[in-house]
Design a protein around this ligand. Structure first.
Ligand code: 5GP
Length: 185
């Protein structure tokens, strides 16, 4: 059995974070990659656990040194996957990165063996319902997220697997099974 590197992407509100967290709780042979970011930590976020929080200078230095497998800028700041961290973890376990489609496709160019997994909502209506249920989103923010979803969906043909997150346990099993399948190749 080999260790594999996976990217899990999908529109916000689809529940990919919850799926990945639960998978990691249940499987000892899979860990989540920790990204670097220039955004400030939110309440409860721990440096080195949720993200490595870097200054703009440090982030730029790491880009120059080629330490990112991929990096991108989002509204809230810059984000990158540290190559050294992923390489070390892969020696012992399979690694999951939860990043957007742009980051996922860039990472695949750098690491062709990487497996791209897209998590889909059962429908657009259901995604709107989940986003509205968060209560933290303004109608404008929801509109923006939906526009972003159309862009993300346009990259779907380049992904290796698609999982529909309708029933949580079913989606979790599909994710876990595909990892087993890839590990045994
Ligand atoms: P947040 O600040 O809410 O944790 O994440 C904001 C966005 O950054 C999310 O869309 C998340 O997927 C993306 N993100 C997190 N880590 C990385 C990374 O290492 N690389 C890229 N390209 N995007 C990331």
């Amino acid at each position: 059995m080999r260790n594999v590197l996976l990217v899990v992407s999908g529109p916000s509100g689809v529940g990919k974070g919850t799926l990945v967290k639960e998978l990691i709780t249940r499987r000892e042979d899979v860990v989540e990659s920790v990204s670097c970011t220039t955004r400030a930590p939110r309440a409860g976020e721990v440096d080195g656990k949720h993200y490595f929080f870097l200054s703009e200078e440090e982030f730029s230095r790491r880009i120059e040194e080629g330490d990112f497998l991929e990096y991108d800028e989002h509204m809230s700041g810059k984000y990158g996957t540290p190559r050294s961290f992923v390489k070390e973890k892969l020696k012992e376990k399979s690694v999951i990165m939860e990043i957007d489609v742009v980051g996922g496709l860039n990472a695949k160019k750098e690491y062709p063996g990487l497996i791209l997994v897209f998590i889909m909502p059962p429908s657009k209506e259901e995604l709107v319902r989940r986003l509205t249920g968060r209560n933290s989103e303004t109608p404008e923010a929801i509109e923006k997220r939906l526009a972003r979803m159309d862009f993300e969906l346009s990259k779907l043909p380049e992904y290796d697997y698609v999982i529909v997150n309708d029933d949580f346990e079913t989606a979790l099993k599909e994710l876990s099974d595909l990892i087993d399948n890839e590990k045994s190749k």
